[in-house]
Unconditional design. Structure first.
Length: 320
C-alpha cells in the first residue's frame, strides 16, 4: 500500500516512521520549512524501542499528482479545513482516509467531503513531542491504545491490511467493531483531563494534594460522562476510575497538555469545535443530561478559595 501521511510532526512523524520501519511505501505531505528540514536531516524518531533515522520522501501542497491507497490524517482539529484541501488530490475512488484526531466532529466533515465509504475511524493514545531540532521524542509512558475500524462496524480487507502494516512497524493496533464508541470513550477522557489541566494549571500531584481536588475531579468527570451518555456512549466505570487515578497520586509530576501550552502552540481545541458544531441539535439532550450546569464552575471556585497554597505549583491563579 501507498501511504500519504499529512504532517511529519509528533504524531505523523512517529506513525510514518514506524510504517517506514515496517517496509511500507510512505510519503509525507508537509509545509516548506518542514520539507527543507527533512531533506537536510532526515526523519529522526526516538521511540521507546530505539531510534529511527531515515531519509524520507516529501510533497508539499499542490504537488500531489495522483491518489494514494491510505491517507493518514495527523493534524490538529483547528487545521482540519486546510488539511482537507491539502489531501483532496490524493483521495481517489479506492482511497481511504484514516484520521487520528481528538474529538468527533472531523468524521462528519470528512464524510461530507469524501463520502462515508472513504473514511475510517481511528484513535491513538501514543504520546510524543516534536522537539525544536525537528526530531521526535516518544514518551516513556507506555500507552499502547491504538484502534481503527469501519464506521459501520463491519470487517474489511482494507482495515485488516492497514492493521497489519501498523503492527509490522511496531504500532500494535486493534481492529474495532465499535470504533465510534471507542472514539467517544477517548474523547470523554480527553475532555476531562483537558478541563482539569486547563482550569487548574497544576500538576496532577498538586490537584491530588488539594483538599478540594477530588471533588473538583469528580465534578468534571460527572459532567463529561453525562454528556457522553446522552449521546448514546456512556463512559465505562473503568474509564472514570482511570481518570480519577491520574489525579489521585500526590507525588505525580504529570502536567497534562504541557507540550502544547508550554511549547508555544495552540492547545488542541477539538472539544470546542465539537461543541460549536453540535450545539443546535444537541442542546436539549445536554440539558437533560446535565441539569446542574454550574457543577464544575462551583468546584473550581472551591479550589481557588480554599487551596491556593496546596496548588502552589500552578503558574497562575485559578479562575472559574
Amino acid at each position: 500500500m501507498r501511504f500519504l501521511v499529512l504532517g511529519a510532526g509528533a504524531l505523523g512523524g512517529l506513525f510514518g516512521g514506524r510504517l517506514l520501519k515496517g517496509g511500507e511505501d510512505v510519503t509525507f505531505l508537509v509545509r516548506p520549512r518542514r520539507a527543507a528540514q527533512l531533506a537536510r536531516d532526515g526523519l529522526i524518531v526516538r521511540t521507546q524501542d530505539g531510534e529511527i533515522r531515515t531519509p524520507v520522501r516529501t510533497l508539499q501542497q499542490g504537488q500531489i499528482d495522483g491518489p494514494f491507497d491510505v491517507v493518514l490524517l495527523c493534524c490538529k482539529a483547528y487545521d482540519l479545513d486546510d488539511a482537507i484541501a491539502a489531501i483532496a488530490p490524493a483521495v481517489g475512488e479506492q482511497s481511504v482516509v484514516l484520521p487520528l484526531l481528538n474529538g468527533m466532529r472531523h468524521l462528519d466533515v470528512l464524510k461530507e467531503k469524501f463520502g462515508a465509504g472513504r473514511v475510517l475511524g481511528g484513535l491513538t493514545a501514543i504520546n510524543a513531542v516534536l522537539l525544536p531540532d525537528g526530531s521526535i521524542q516518544q514518551s516513556t509512558l507506555r500507552l499502547n491504545l491504538n484502534a481503527i475500524g469501519e464506521l459501520d462496524g463491519r470487517k474489511s480487507a482494507r482495515s485488516e491490511a492497514i492493521k497489519q502494516a501498523l503492527d509490522k512497524g511496531g504500532i500494535p493496533t486493534d481492529l474495532s467493531d465499535d470504533i465510534i464508541g471507542g472514539m467517544w470513550f477517548k474523547f470523554a477522557g480527553f475532555v476531562c483531563i483537558a478541563v482539569i489541566a486547563s482550569l487548574t494549571r497544576s500538576r496532577a500531584g498538586g490537584i491530588a494534594r488539594a483538599p478540594a481536588g477530588p471533588a473538583f475531579v469528580a465534578a468534571v468527570i460527572d459532567e463529561c460522562s453525562r454528556i457522553s451518555a446522552a449521546e448514546g456512549y456512556p463512559v465505562p466505570s473503568e474509564g472514570t476510575a482511570m481518570i480519577k487515578g491520574i489525579f489521585s497520586q500526590p507525588d505525580s509530576t504529570l502536567r497534562a497538555l504541557a507540550p502544547d501550552r508550554h511549547g508555544g502552540w495552540p492547545p488542541d481545541r477539538s472539544r470546542a469545535h465539537h461543541r460549536r458544531s453540535c450545539r443546535p441539535r444537541r442542546k436539549a439532550r445536554r440539558q437533560r443530561a446535565d441539569p446542574d450546569r454550574r457543577a464544575v464552575q462551583s468546584a473550581g471556585l472551591r479550589i481557588e478559595s480554599s487551596t491556593a497554597v496546596a496548588l502552589s505549583d500552578a503558574p497562575v491563579a485559578l479562575h472559574a
